[in-house]
Ligand binder design. Structure first.
Ligand code: GAR
Length: 207
């Protein structure tokens, strides 16, 4: 999939937004090949939105509770994101599943970063689930979103060790530090090189 130069990124967040910050910092360099044109959230008052404000990037909030149904929320989110004409939509700690309308409009160019090695430990508690299971390594996965929960074609993964003294917080922080570097590197490549997906295999470059 070819993109414009620089590629237009819309980033969706639900929390502290350190992954968003890494993208904002990277895209300050024109050679990165992508820039964040808008940041959206499913809740107000979060650090992720403050980071976008500080960077002078437009923000929007679409809370599920503001709408009469999940479908209406999904449509509103889709329309708002579409108005920013993204080449790639990045879910960076966005704790909601996007719906049919959203994937119908942007499918194949929505990527999500998950704090576990997919297909292990999907959902919202990746670090806690990995710790409870007793795995010795875990990590983060960047994937192209499909209609499952953390099931889409994998763009990149990074491995981190689980230390004996870890609690969920220390483990998640170690994951996030590796995750940010992986996200920045691979979103940049997606933007600069384009990508194809064949039989779940994501490859950089055009055909
Ligand atoms: C990240 O570790 C991201 O992978 C995770 O939330 C964190 C957000 O951190 N996302 C999920 O768990 C989605 N299932 P951040 O707000 O500091 O970027």
């Amino acid at each position: 999939m070819p993109t414009r130069d620089p590629a237009r990124l819309v980033v969706l967040v639900s929390g502290s937004g350190t992954n968003l910050q890494a993208l904002l910092d990277a895209s300050a360099d024109p050679s990165y090949g992508a820039r964040v044109v808008a940041v959206g959230a499913d809740r107000d008052g979060i650090e992720g939105l403050t980071r976008a404000d500080r960077a002078g990037v437009p923000t929007f909030v679409r809370e599920v509770a503001q709408f009469s149904s999940r479908e209406h929320w999904d449509r509103a989110l889709t329309d708002t994101v579409a108005a920013f004409e993204p080449d790639v939509v990045v879910l960076a700690g966005f704790m909601k599943l996007v719906g049919e309308e959203f994937l119908g409009r942007f499918g194949g160019r929505v990527v999500n970063t998950h704090p576990a090695l997919c297909p292990s430990f999907p959902g919202t508690n990746g670090p806690a689930d990995a710790l409870a299971y007793g795995v010795k390594v875990t990590g983060a996965t960047l994937f192209v979103v499909d209609d499952g929960i953390d099931t889409g074609p994998i763009v990149a993964q990074v491995v981190v060790p689980v230390e004996e003294a870890d609690d969920v917080e220390t483990l998640h922080e170690r994951i996030k530090s590796a995750e940010r570097a992986m996200l920045v590197e691979n979103v940049g490549r997606l933007a600069r090189e384009g990508f194809t997906i064949t039989d779940r295999k994501v490859r950089f470059g055009s055909d």
